[in-house]
Design a protein around this ligand. Structure first.
Ligand SMILES: Nc1ncnc2c1ncn2[C@@H]1O[C@H](COP(=O)(O)OP(=O)(O)OP(=O)(O)O)[C@@H](O)[C@H]1O
Ligand SMILES: [Mg+2]
Length: 219
C-alpha cells in the first residue's frame, strides 16, 4: 500500500507524519520504505537517524515518481511518500500513484484555505483515476482542540473530505525531529504525543479501522 503525505502548505507536518508512520509500520513488522519527494530531504535525513534500516528513496521528479513508486509497491508492504510544499507537478504525480493521501493541515483559517486547494488537486486525481486516492485531512498543531476540530470538521464536510482526529501542538514533535527520533522514544516527555499519534495511526490503519472507507473519528 502507498500512503502519501501531501499539502502545498509548508510546515504542516508532512515530514513529521511520514517519519513517524514509517517507524510505526516497521515496529509492527511490516516491510516499509520511504520515498522522499521533497528537495529539502528532511524526512530522509531524519528517518536515516531514527531507523537506519528502513530503505529511503529520493525521487524528486514527476517521471521518477510515476515510474518507480508503482514498482516499489510490489517490493514493500508499505511505501510512505513525503511530498513537497508545493502544489507542483511532483504533487500531482504523487496523487496519481498513491492509494491513500493524508493531508496534514494547520488549524487556522488560512490553513483551511490552503487545504482547499490541495483537496481540489486530490479530487482532480480522483476523477482521472475514477476512485483513488482515498483522501483524509489530518488537522495538526491543534491548540484548542475541541473548537478548532469542530471548525475543521465542518470545513472538511463542506469540502467533501474525511477527517482524522488530528494532533495537538506539542513540543515533543519538534524535539523528536531535533533528536532524529520518534516521540515514543523520548521517554516520559513524549508520552502524550506518543499516545495521540499511535491513536491516529490505529484509527487509520489498525485492525478496527474501516480500511475500505476510512471515515475516521472526529476530533
Ligand atoms: N503537532 C506538532 N506540534 C508541534 N510542532 C510540530 C507539530 N507537527 C510538526 N511540528 C513542527 O513543525 C515544523 C514543520 O513540520 P514538518 O517539517 O513535519 O512539516 P512539513 O509539512 O513537512 O514542512 P515542509 O512543507 O517544509 O516540508 C517542524 O519543526 C516540526 O517539528
Ligand atoms: Mg517536509
Amino acid at each position: 500500500m502507498i500512503t502519501a503525505l501531501t499539502n502545498s502548505k509548508g510546515g504542516v507536518g508532512k515530514s513529521t507524519l511520514a517519519v513517524h508512520l514509517a517507524v510505526w509500520w516497521q515496529e509492527r513488522g511490516a516491510d516499509v520504505a520511504l520515498v522522499d519527494a521533497d528537495g529539502q530531504g528532511s524526512s530522509s535525513l531524519w528517518l536515516q537517524e531514527a531507523a537506519p534500516h528502513i530503505p529511503v528513496f529520493r525521487l524528486q521528479t514527476p517521471d521518477d515518481l510515476l515510474d518507480q513508486v508503482p514498482e516499489l509497491r510490489g517490493r514493500f508492504d508499505h511505501v510512505i511518500v513525503d511530498g513537497p510544499a508545493a502544489m507542483s507537478e511532483v504533487t500531482r504525480a504523487i496523487l496519481l500513484v498513491t492509494d491513500l493521501a493524508l493531508l496534514p493541515c494547520g488549524s487556522f483559517a488560512i490553513d483551511l484555505r490552503a487545504a482547499a486547494e490541495a483537496i481540489r488537486v486530490v479530487q482532480q486525481a480522483q476523477k482521472i483515476r475514477q476512485r483513488d486516492p482515498q483522501a483524509i485531512l489530518v488537522p495538526n498543531k491543534l491548540q484548542v482542540q475541541y473548537r478548532l476540530s469542530r471548525e475543521l470538521l465542518a470545513t472538511a464536510k463542506s469540502l467533501e473530505i474525511a477527517s482524522a482526529g488530528g494532533l495537538r501542538l506539542r513540543q515533543a514533535y519538534a524535539e523528536a525531529a531535533g533528536q532524529g527520533t520518534v516521540v515514543w522514544r523520548l521517554g516520559r516527555a513524549g508520552q502524550p504525543a506518543a499516545r495521540e499519534i499511535k491513536e491516529l495511526f490505529d484509527g487509520l490503519f489498525g485492525e478496527d479501522s474501516q480500511a475500505d472507507e476510512p471515515g475516521v473519528a472526529a476530533g
